[in-house]
Design a protein. Structure first.
Length: 258
């Protein structure tokens, strides 16, 4: 932690933690952007500053990309604002646009960080199946008309369980970090109305990792790749061997655990 950040924490009386849900369709990801580009963080900070009467700089559990959604994004910030904690949710939501909602608010110790204190995250990914797409799901799921073999896709997902080097599913352009991650659960389930839902729970994720895994798993489901091919791609540590990145619209940051 930078020394100036320690001074800032001591100068401010409260560390506020929010759980936020948002429809990412209209935003250029979560991370703050330079206007006229608008990200979720730009909007949240602007409205929080109105509520707290203080300069707000958010730290987030992760940076979702343009078009990606969240049920449980977690953010924290330090403030001298005096609004009671139990009034924060209603006050902030009264100012936010309808596609961003604060679900919960609480105070934490000064050493809590939405990013660095996270122990694990769960992402879900949705694919809409059927002869025709739906105007009511096109912003929230990847449409794939051709039938997908759920059993084969689950067998491919089983390959990612445990601790591995996920370089094969890491996109260029992300922050430099070690590619070793541990996946605790990875499953695909058939929901109502032809919707498939993938759920991946791990201790951390690389840039575009979930979408690159899903893009490759779908090719297993289409019969273009075998489960053995998927394992070979993973073992290769070569992003060029994996499939194209799945569309952003189907991805959701579901839950962050601390």
């Amino acid at each position: 932690m930078k020394p100036e950040h320690k001074v800032e924490m001591k100068a401010r009386a409260r560390n506020i933690v929010l759980t936020v849900a948002y429809d990412g369709t209209a935003y250029h990801g979560f991370q703050r952007q330079t206007p006229p580009v608008v990200a979720v963080q730009n909007v949240l900070e602007e409205k929080l500053q109105q509520v707290f009467g203080d300069t707000i700089e958010l730290a987030a559990s992760g940076r979702t990309d343009a078009g990606v959604h969240a049920y449980g994004q977690v953010v924290n910030f330090f403030t001298n604002g005096t609004i009671p904690t139990e009034r924060i949710v209603r006050a902030v939501n009264s100012l936010l646009p309808p596609d961003i909602v604060v679900k919960e608010a609480h105070e934490a110790d000064f050493d809590f960080s939405a990013r660095h204190s996270a122990k694990s995250k769960t992402y879900i990914y949705r694919i809409q199946q059927g002869e025709t797409g739906s105007p009511f799901t096109q912003r929230y799921a990847w449409y794939e008309r051709r039938p997908l073999d759920i059993t084969a896709m689950q067998q491919a997902l089983d390959c990612i369980l445990g601790t591995h080097d996920f370089s094969a599913f890491r996109a260029a352009g992300g922050a430099p970090m070690l590619p070793i991650r541990t996946m605790y659960e990875a499953k695909v389930e058939k929901k109502e109305n032809g919707m498939l839902e993938f759920s991946i729970h791990g201790n951390g994720f690389l840039y575009h990792m979930v979408r690159n895994i899903i893009g490759t798993v779908v090719n297993v489901g289409l019969g273009r790749l075998t489960v053995a091919d998927f394992q070979r791609i993973m073992d290769s540590l070569d992003r060029k061997q994996a499939s194209a990145t799945a569309p952003a619209c189907g991805l959701y940051l579901y839950k962050v655990e601390y």
